[in-house]
Design a protein around this ligand. Structure first.
Ligand code: G1P
Length: 291
C-alpha cells in the first residue's frame, strides 16, 4: 500500500527575468492567463490530484500571491452588498482551494534548493512538485495522472515529454527505457540537467511536474552547484537513483511554457478560445485579424 499524496510544493521564488519588465514588481506566477493567475492553475491541478496542503516557496516581492489565496473581506462585502453573487463566488472560491503555507527561499540558489526549503513542511511523506510556469492543459489533470502512476509503482514519478532537436538542452533530460505493459511509464537509468543537444541521452525532457519520495531531501542537502552554477533538482533526483527506482511518465495533455513570452501568448490564445464566454467572439475577431 503506497502512502497517500497530500502535499504539493510550488517553487515560486524565481525572479522571472524572462518576462521583464512585467515581472519587475509583479511575481511572474501572478501573470494572468485570460483571467486567472498562472499559479492558480497549478494549485487547482494539485487539488484535483487529491492534495489538500499546498506549500509555496516564495521570496521577496511575492506578497501578492499570499493576498490572492487569502480572504478579501472588503471586496467580498462590496460584492455581496451589490448582489454580485457570481463574482463573490469566484473571489471566495480561491481562498477555499486548500490549506496554503508559505516558506521563503532567501536566495535564488536553484530549483533543488527551493524544494529543500519545504523539507520541514513536507516531512516524511511523498509529495508533488509543480513548477507554475508549466501549464498543462489535459482532460485528466496531469498531476492526477501522475498520482495514479505513483499508486501503481510507489516510486518517484517525473512528468516527461519528447521534445524536438536542440530544445532538449533547455530541460532536464532522461536516459530511460520503456516499461513493458505500461505505455506511459519510462524506467529512468540516469538523468542530466540541460545537456548539450549533441550529448543528450534522449529527447525525453522532464517537465515541471514531479512526485518525489521524502528521501530526496537528504540528497538535496548534499547538492553541489550543477548546470548554470545552480543547485539542481535534477541532480538530487539523479542521486536518488542510487537508492530507489524513478520513473518518467509520458502524460496525456498539452504543456505550455507560460514563463516565456511566446509560450505565454500561445497559451493565452488557446485558453481564451476554449472559454464558453469569450471563445466565440475571440475566434471571430481572430479570423478578421489581418495577418
Ligand atoms: C526546470 C528544471 C528542468 C525541467 C524544467 C521544466 O528548468 O531544472 O529540469 O526540465 O524546469 O520546465 P527551468 O525551466 O527552471 O530552467
Amino acid at each position: 500500500m503506497t502512502q497517500t499524496i497530500r502535499k504539493a510544493v510550488f517553487p515560486a521564488a524565481g525572479m522571472g527575468t524572462r518576462f521583464l519588465p512585467a515581472t519587475k514588481a509583479t511575481p511572474k506566477e501572478m501573470l494572468p492567463l485570460v483571467d486567472k493567475p498562472l499559479i492558480q492553475y497549478g494549485v487547482e491541478e494539485a487539488v484535483a490530484a487529491g492534495c489538500t496542503e499546498i506549500i509555496i516557496v516564495t521570496g521577496r516581492g511575492k506578497g501578492t500571491m499570499e493576498d490572492h489565496f487569502d480572504r478579501a473581506p472588503e471586496l467580498e462585502a462590496s460584492l455581496e452588498k451589490r448582489g454580485k453573487t457570481a463574482l463573490l463566488e469566484i473571489a471566495q472560491s480561491v481562498s477555499k482551494l486548500a490549506k496554503i503555507t508559505y516558506v521563503r527561499q532567501p536566495e535564488a540558489l536553484g530549483l533543488g534548493h527551493a524544494v529543500l526549503m519545504a523539507k520541514e513542511l513536507v516531512g516524511d511523506e511523498p509529495f508533488c512538485v509543480l513548477l507554475p510556469d508549466d501549464i498543462v492543459d489535459a482532460t485528466v489533470p496531469c498531476m492526477k495522472q501522475m498520482v495514479e502512476a505513483f499508486n501503481r509503482t510507489g516510486s518517484s514519478i517525473l512528468g516527461s515529454e519528447v521534445v524536438e532537436g536542440e530544445a532538449i538542452s533547455q530541460y532536464g533530460c532522461l536516459d530511460c527505457a520503456p516499461v513493458e505493459g505500461d505505455e506511459r511509464l519510462l524506467k529512468v537509468r540516469d538523468m542530466v540537467e540541460k545537456p548539450k543537444a549533441s550529448e543528450a541521452p534522449s529527447q525525453n525532457a522532464i517537465i515541471g511536474r514531479y512526485i518525489l519520495t521524502p528521501r530526496i531531501f537528504s540528497l538535496l542537502e548534499q547538492l553541489t552547484p550543477g548546470a548554470g552554477g545552480e543547485l539542481q533538482l535534477t541532480d538530487g533526483i539523479k542521486a536518488l537513483l542510487q537508492y530507489e527506482s524513478v520513473y518518467g511518465f509520458t502524460y496525456e495533455g498539452k504543456r505550455h511554457d507560460a514563463g516565456d513570452k511566446l509560450g505565454f501568448l500561445k497559451a493565452t490564445v488557446e485558453f481564451a478560445l476554449k472559454r464558453d464566454d469569450l471563445g466565440p467572439k475571440f475566434r471571430e475577431w481572430l479570423k478578421s485579424f489581418p495577418l
